[in-house]
Design a protein around this ligand. Structure first.
Ligand SMILES: NC(=O)c1ccc[n+]([C@@H]2O[C@H](COP(=O)([O-])OP(=O)(O)OC[C@H]3O[C@@H](n4cnc5c(N)ncnc54)[C@H](OP(=O)(O)O)[C@@H]3O)[C@@H](O)[C@H]2O)c1
Length: 323
C-alpha cells in the first residue's frame, strides 16, 4: 500500500510517496481503509523541524494524526460488527497519510448517518479543539468574542458555536474571501488583521470596551495585539501558533491586568475525552447545528502540495488528503 513519508526535516518536497507492506490487524485492532486524512497546520511545522520540544518525531516517519474511512478487517477479540462501518479514528500521532491504518478498536468513533467521511475527517481534531475551547472558555450569550484566525479549521467551528450560543462574534482573518466566509457562518463583525491598526477596528466594533473573550488561533504579533485590547476582567486563550509562536503573554502581566489566561496546555485531553468530543462534534453536524468547511482537498500523493498551500496561506477552512 502507499504511504507518504517525511524523509528528512525540510520543505514540502521531503514528503515522498512510498510502498510499504499491507498492514494487518493484531488482537484488539482493526484495519481502516482511509477515505480522508486530516492535515493540520502543526504537521507542516513539525515536518520543517519545528516544535521538537513538544513532539518527539524523527524522520523517516509517516505524518497524519487522524483519518476517516471504512473498517476493512478486524483482529482477534474485536466485534465483527465493526466491519464495513465508516469510522473516525486518531492514529496516535502519526501514520495517517496512508491508504490503510491499523488502530485499536477501542479508539474508533462511528460516523453517524448523514455525515460523510470527509466531513468526519475534518472534525477529528478541529471538532474536539473547538468544543473544548468553547466550553473551557465559557462562551456566554451576550458577550463579545473576538476570534483571531476565524477561518482556520477550528476557527470556523468556533464562529458557529459562539454565534449559536448568542455571543456577539467579532471575526478576524485576512482578506475578503475569508471575511465573507466568516460573515456567512454567523460573525457579526469582521476585521481584516492584515490591515494596520486592525485592533482599533476591534475596539470600535466592541463599543470601545474591547472583547470580553479572545480566542487566539494565530499567535505571534497578532495575538499580542489582541491582548492589548482585552479589557480588565476579560479572558484570553492563547492556543494558536501558525505565525510560529504563541502570543507572548506573561501570566504575571495578565494577572496584574485582571485577565484570565489560558493556553495550549488547557487543550490537552486524554484519548477518551477526545473521542467523546469527536462524537459530539459529529452529532452536532448530523443535527445541522455546525458544519465544517472543507476548503481544499488533495490526492494522497500530493501531500507536498497540501503542505505548500497551507504554508503559503492559500487555504481556507480544512485541508484534507483524499485516498
Ligand atoms: N486544529 C486543532 O485541532 C488545534 C489543536 C491545538 C492547537 N491548535 C492551534 O490553533 C491554531 C488554529 O487552529 P485552526 O485549526 O483554526 O488552524 P488552521 O486551519 O491551520 O488556520 C490557521 C490560520 O492562521 C492564519 N495565519 C496567520 N498567520 C499565519 C502564517 N504565518 N502562516 C499560516 N497561517 C497563518 C491563517 O489565516 P489568515 O491567512 O487569514 O491569516 C489560517 O487560516 C493552530 O494553527 C494551532 O496553532 C489547533
Amino acid at each position: 500500500m502507499r504511504v507518504v513519508e517525511v524523509t528528512r526535516f525540510g520543505g514540502p518536497e521531503v514528503l515522498v510517496t512510498n510502498q510499504v507492506p499491507e498492514p494487518e490487524a493484531g488482537p484488539g485492532q482493526v484495519v481502516v481503509r482511509v477515505a480522508a486524512a486530516d492535515v493540520l497546520f502543526v504537521e507542516t511545522q513539525i515536518r520543517a523541524g519545528g516544535f521538537g520540544e513538544y513532539f518527539d518525531v524523527r524522520p523517516p516517519y509517516v505524518p497524519g494524526g487522524g483519518v476517516a474511512g471504512r473498517v476493512d478487517a478486524v483482529g482477534d477479540g474485536v466485534d465483527p460488527g465493526w466491519l464495513g462501518k465508516t469510522v473516525l479514528t486518531s492514529t496516535g500521532g502519526g501514520g495517517g497519510y496512508a491508504e490503510r491504518v491499523v488502530v485499536g478498536a477501542d479508539g474508533l468513533v462511528e460516523v453517524p448517518a448523514g455525515v460523510g467521511a470527509r466531513e468526519a475527517a475534518a472534525l477529528l481534531h478541529d471538532g474536539p479543539t473547538a468544543l473544548e475551547l468553547f466550553e473551557g472558555n465559557r462562551v456566554r450569550a451576550g458577550e463579545q468574542v473576538l476570534i483571531v484566525g476565524a477561518t482556520g479549521g477550528a476557527g470556523i467551528l468556533l464562529v458557529q458555536l459562539a454565534h449559536a450560543a448568542g455571543a456577539r462574534v467579532v471575526a478576524a482573518a485576512r482578506g475578503e474571501r475569508k471575511l465573507a466566509l466568516a460573515t456567512e457562518l454567523g460573525a457579526d463583525v469582521v476585521v481584516d488583521y492584515s490591515v494596520p491598526g486592525w485592533t482599533d477596528r476591534v475596539l470600535e466594533a466592541t463599543g470601545g470596551t474591547g472583547p470580553d473573550l479572545v480566542l487566539d488561533g494565530v499567535g505571534g504579533e497578532f495575538g499580542r495585539a489582541a491582548f492589548e485590547v482585552t479589557p480588565r476582567g476579560g479572558r484570553f486563550s492563547a492556543h494558536g501558533a501558525p505565525t510560529g509562536g504563541f502570543a507572548a503573554i506573561d501570566p504575571a502581566e495578565a494577572a496584574e491586568r485582571g485577565i484570565g489566561l489560558r493556553g495550549i496546555a488547557d487543550l490537552r485531553f486524554p484519548p477518551e475525552r477526545a473521542r467523546e468530543l469527536a462524537a459530539r462534534a459529529l452529532a452536532e453536524v448530523a443535527a445541522g447545528r455546525i458544519r465544517p468547511v472543507i476548503g481544499q482537498t488533495f490526492p494522497l500523493d500530493r501531500a507536498a502540495d497540501a503542505h505548500a498551500a497551507i504554508e503559503a496561506r492559500q487555504v481556507i477552512g480544512k485541508t484534507l488528503l483524499l485516498v
